[in-house]
Design a protein around this ligand. Structure first.
Ligand SMILES: [Zn+2]
Length: 462
């Protein structure tokens, strides 16, 4: 018996084995005109209906073996959208294979405007990308939106000239090489040494427009990344070492298994590339992130569990470091006592303590940008975090500090959800920051991606 509270589909009666997707993209009307063929097989006897997940799809027709089928779309629900009920003409016995052909159109995908909202970098062409995680595949096509079934797919996408369509597949069109991220092959090479061979033949990175709301999204063969990784000095490209291990791990039944294993492989790659102290330092940062998220949710909150019951929760709202960092602690049984090598953390803490002491004499000659020149971006963040654990600094110290780290700040992520969401939340919590947070959000809202808008709104407008 398969249990998945986030799908409406009758997944214990029927299973999809393949999807054939055909799209015509109309940027002017912001519509995908689509036909999908679902190859299905029944799992039990007497199957008379198929229920699929949908999200704001306009269903035009449903057919099977040339005959039109009765169907109806249930009312939309707040968290999981709506179920498409399809009545079959016969009762099917177990192991019956059949095709359903569904004509529909959708606009509930990620359209980025070139001019009006300025969501694309050069503001010349519109842009469209599809984000299926966590449960957004249902806004692309009527489907059984569950990780319980693995299936193959074929897709054909027509776009107007001069635009190009890219899809995550072994036969990916085009070459998207980027010098900034040239360490990618090294990550794969190291992974192959302690895992199996990389099976997918190709690994491409697609740098998305700045409003892409995630750091990275591990689509097979074609990982999406935020342009904020392109800091100019290759200092942030190690994020890719997290996305690559997903190519080995695939999609397991539970999110924490995917991410827990992936983080542990990522740390192994980092350890072999930069030395064990770097892997241990990453573990220290992970531990801290986990502590902060547990504190934010509340210790007894169900979302701090590795397998939270999401019956009444939108999976997007459950997103945190818990499945990643707690998942890693469990999957690699590495260290559940927070006993790590603190070599790299020590330098950050010592610098923070020096700045803390400067509050008394307010003499800043002893500080130089060279102090953080040898720091990785993560070390600089740990330095700042440590500093903010002390009592609030007086204004002259903050002013000197800003000058001190200004070059580093220019390189920090500004657009994606990982960077933006906590900034808004923290600003909203400060004494006079709530209005500033709301005002800044209103002014920039049209630039952000809809998923980012929804999540930030929940944090600062509730
Ligand atoms: Zn991941």
């Amino acid at each position: 018996m398969i249990y998945n509270p986030n799908t409406f589909s009758n997944i214990n009666e029927v299973k999809t084995t393949h999807l054939d997707l055909n799209f015509i993209v109309d940027f002017k009307c912001k519509i995908l005109d689509a036909v999908v063929t679902l190859k299905l097989v029944t799992l039990v006897d007497n199957v008379s209906k198929i229920i699929l997940d949908t999200c704001y799809l306009n269903i035009k027709s449903v057919s099977c073996c040339g005959a039109q089928l009765e169907h109806n779309l249930a009312d939309i629900t707040e968290k999981f959208s709506s179920a498409l009920h399809i009545q079959l003409n016969d009762k099917l016995s177990a192991n019956t294979k059949f095709d359903l052909i569904i004509n529909y159109c959708t606009s509930a995908v990620q359209w980025l405007e070139p001019i009006f909202y300025s969501q694309t970098s050069e503001k010349n062409h519109p842009y469209l990308f599809i984000q299926c995680q966590a449960i957004h595949a249902r806004s692309l096509a009527p489907c059984q939106d569950t990780p319980a079934f693995k299936l193959s797919y074929h897709a054909s996408v027509q776009v107007p000239q001069p635009l190009r369509a890219l899809i995550s597949a072994v036969e990916l069109v085009g070459n998207l090489c980027c010098l900034e991220i040239c360490r990618t092959e090294k990550f794969i090479e190291i992974g192959e040494k302690f895992l199996t061979l990389y099976e997918w033949n190709k690994y491409e990175l697609l740098v998305l427009p700045a409003s892409f709301p995630y750091g990275g999204m591990e689509n097979p063969c074609l990982t999406f990344v935020t342009p904020t990784l392109l800091a100019g000095d290759r200092s942030l490209v190690d994020v890719v070492s997290h996305e690559i291990p997903h190519s080995w791990m695939g999609n397991l039944e539970h999110f924490w298994l995917n991410e827990g294993w992936t983080v542990s492989i990522e740390r192994k790659i980092m350890g072999r590339l930069h030395g064990e102290a770097t892997a241990e330092f990453d573990a220290i940062i992970g531990w801290r992130a986990l502590e902060q998220d547990i504190e934010l949710f509340g210790e007894s909150n169900v979302l701090t569990a590795l397998t939270p019951k999401l019956k009444v929760v939108d999976p997007d709202d459950s997103f945190s470091s818990v499945p990643y960092k707690k998942g890693c602690l469990v999957t690699c049984s590495w260290n559940v006592k927070n006993e790590f090598d603190h070599t790299l953390a020590k330098a950050c803490h010592e610098l923070a303590e020096r700045w803390h002491r400067a509050r008394d004499n307010q003499v800043f000659d002893e500080f130089s940008p060279d102090d953080i020149k040898i720091f990785t971006p993560e070390q600089t963040m740990v330095f700042l975090e440590r500093l903010f654990e002390f009592s609030p600094l007086p204004f002259p110290v903050i002013e000197a500090l800003i000058n001190f780290i200004v070059s580093w700040m220019l390189a920090i992520p500004k657009y994606d959800l990982d960077g933006n969401k906590p900034l808004y939340r923290l600003l909203n919590q400060t004494k006079n920051g709530s209005e500033l947070a709301k005002k800044t959000f209103r002014e920039n809202k049209s630039f952000y991606h809809p998923i980012a808008v929804a999540m930030i709104e929940k944090d600062i407008l509730k």
